[in-house]
Design a protein around this ligand. Structure first.
Ligand code: ATP
Length: 362
């Protein structure tokens, strides 16, 4: 395989701090895996970019993203920087629509020594993939809702057959590659909705059931979103792959991150048929930005998802191997338990955690 071009968009707040640790780890991997070649190039986007150029996603950044083999993104936005309509800049969400990144992959996985608010959760006892439909659902109304005078506001939930079919199929295909739920060892895809109340969700469920027939070897499950919030806390180990509409997936992925050590431990991938963005699930965390205390593991694990995806897309054993080594290195650092940031109960800096992962790789 040739050289992968990686468009790096560090963004705002803790984005640049955690992304530089991710790039550090990627550079070490290039040395450890001789056939892996990456060309990481940074591009501006986000709130700081908006202040400087009145554009949060400049055309040359978007073009670089279109041309890249993968996009590695930090976090974007700043509550203090508002557009004329009062909203924050969200180029990271715009990219999902512009590049048709329809599947939001949110791994919820328990690593060693991280600590969960739930009792009796051992490493590996929670290991599920939440797939969030990324480009329709409630977000179809983004910036397009109606405001009637100062009295009534509406946003519309949009579910299409095409949008649902492709994300549900994506979820089943991922389940096929996994070992099933950690508790039962069974491959099962769970459809989360509110089909008892809304016609749109009943349609989502109907399409889910139709696609499920293409995968007879994988079990299916239906759970209403309110019950899902309960089950994720009571018995998260029962789940394998979960698929949900955009806003439901958005909310459940933060709940899932909370189960496995918080946002600093939650990587994510936004994947389409041609492009993909990999970024930590957290935001810009203005409360801790600039202090060097952000947990970079979500960003580093997102770089791991990127390598895994490149390996699959290009049938490239070097990228797949690098993804496995990265995952192992993070496991080793956490197992040793000495180098952890404050959110995990440690005292290490962002850079020290990146160095520890890099050191473990070497
Ligand atoms: P956004 O709206 O931009 O997605 P958010 O409202 O989800 O952001 P975050 O910026 O992700 O919020 O931060 C939520 C909380 O989690 C904050 O208290 C922040 O300090 C903490 N947090 C987020 N990411 C990290 C991290 N990598 N390391 C340590 N703490 C973090």
């Amino acid at each position: 395989m040739g050289t992968y071009r990686i468009a790096v968009l560090p963004g705002d707040g803790i984005g640049p701090e955690v992304i530089s640790e991710g790039v550090k780890v990627l550079e070490v991997l290039e040395r450890v895996v001789p056939d892996l070649r990456l060309e990481c190039r940074e591009y501006p986007a986000g709130a700081v970019c908006y202040l400087a150029r009145k554009d949060a996603l400049p055309p040359e950044t978007l073009e670089a993203c279109r041309q890249a083999d993968a996009i590695f993104l930090g976090a974007m936005g700043d509550p203090k920087v508002r557009m004329p309509d009062g909203t924050e800049v969200t180029p990271q969400i715009s990219l999902r629509f512009l590049l048709d990144l329809y599947a939001g992959v949110r791994p919820i996985k328990m690593y060693p020594n991280v600590g969960s608010p739930l009792h009796r959760q051992d490493p590996g006892s929670i290991d599920l993939l939440l797939i969030r439909e990324n480009v329709e659902g409630f977000f179809a109304s983004m910036h397009r809702g109606l405001l009637v005078g100062d009295q009534v506001a509406t946003d519309t939930l949009v579910i299409t057959r095409r949008g649902t079919e492709r994300v549900v199929r994506f979820a089943f295909e991922l389940s096929r590659k996994r070992k099933g739920s950690p508790v039962t060892g069974t491959r099962v895809v769970t459809c989360v909705d509110k089909a008892n109340v809304f016609r749109s969700f009943a349609f989502f469920r109907k399409v889910f059931d139709e696609i499920a027939t293409e995968f007879p070897e994988i079990k299916t499950n239906h759970v209403y979103v309110d019950a899902m919030a309960l089950y994720l806390v009571q018995r998260p180990g029962d789940f394998d792959v979960v698929v949900a509409e955009n806003l439901l997936g958005d909310i459940l992925s933060d709940l899932g991150a909370g189960l496995v050590g918080g946002l600093g431990m939650a990587p994510s991938a936004d994947i389409g048929d041609r492009h993909a963005v990999f970024q930590p699930a957290h935001g810009t965390a203005p409360d801790i930005a600039g202090q060097g205390i952000a947990n970079p593991l979500a960003a580093i694990l997102s770089a791991g998802l990127m390598l895994e995806w490149l390996g699959q897309m290009h049938r490239d054993a070097a990228a797949t191997k690098a993804a496995g080594l990265l995952e192992h290195a993070v496991q080793q650092v956490l197992k040793a338990g000495r180098v952890k940031t404050r959110d995990l109960g440690g005292r290490a800096s962002t850079g020290q955690v990146g160095d520890a992962v890099a050191g473990s790789l070497r």
